[in-house]
Design a protein around this ligand. Sequence first.
Ligand code: G
Ligand code: MN
Length: 390
Amino acid sequence: MAMQMLESAAVSRVLVVDDDETILELHARVLENDGHEVTKARNGAAALAAVASRKFDVVLADLDMPQLNGLALLKGIRGVDLDVPFIVITGAPSTRTAIEALEKGALRYLVKPVQFAALRKVVTDALHLHQIARAKRMALDLAGGEARLLSDASGLSARLSSALASCHIAFQPIVSWSGRRVFGYEALLRSSEPSLCRPDAILDAAERLGRIEDVGAAVRREAAAAFSRAEPDVDLFVNLHPAELQDETLYSRDNPLFAIARRVVLEITERASLSDLDNVRERVARLRALGYRIALDDLGAGYAGLTSFALLEPEVVKLDMSLIREVHTSGTRMTLARTMISMAKELGLTTIAEGIETSQERDALVKMGCDLLQGYLFCRPGPLPQQPTF
Ligand code: G
Ligand code: MN
């Protein structure tokens, strides 16, 4: 997208969608008289086809249409264009769907019969806002904030669906240093959707959309399928977002991980709060009864206090890589890591140190009594089978 294109709002292409032929012609005529280039679509499917073949500056769509209604159309359009302003026209202004359309990313809604002056003003305003949206995107592009490039809920939702459809699992070995062998693998979510390829971006989107359960289901499905290529005696470590504890399918025998539950350690991060979830202890007990073990992930990087220990009673703790980095030269980190490792041992917990990048970090941790190690020094996350270097 060239910068010059931003400055000229001269040629404006408007897509008008309505199943009512009379209104369609009327609205198109009004906008054409204002100099806009208008494309007419008589239903949602025709509108989607139009959007797929060319760019528009504004979409004006009826909300109540048979088959593909205005809301579904908005969602479809966000799959190909994240920024085009979408204006809905409704015959029933107070309906839930009109409000929902705004929540999903529609810019405005107009009530039938639409006053021509109002129609012309809304479209002109939308054209200006479209220029701003495009400029913002370029600015964000320059700044490199990929997660923020996603705009409204419909755009984000379309990208999340695409990310989950194209997701796969990368496996990173957790090694036993004394045994020079693989102890287990952490399953890490990856996706080929460019705007959402890192797990934190995917989770951020899923949190905003209330779709954490979709992410969990995809991870379990892909991890269980790919783990069949692992050695028979190693464990599988799977990250679990705390909100997934509310998802009944997690406890089901249809959970793809259920068949290997005794080999599965569910990692729950200390970074997210457990306090707004109900019955955490009871839910964790149900998971244990099914054979799963629990690891407290990112220890040392999340909430202070002992709530997570109290609620989860983990079998395993994973020291966050912020503590591991340069642990051999930083007196503070060394003291903290040593304390955590030896206290965990006293409590009968298994400790894993993650994010190890250098042999000095490795040697310092081994000396402190931590035998289970994970990090780029041994192996990058990737497809199975994996061959760490010792
Ligand atoms: O929060 P959690 O511990 O699940 O995150 C693990 C993440 O850390 C993964 O995305 C993985 O790719 C990354 N990772 C694994 N090993 C290393 C490492 O040695 N150094 C760094 N910087 N990142 C790592
Ligand atoms: Mn983890």
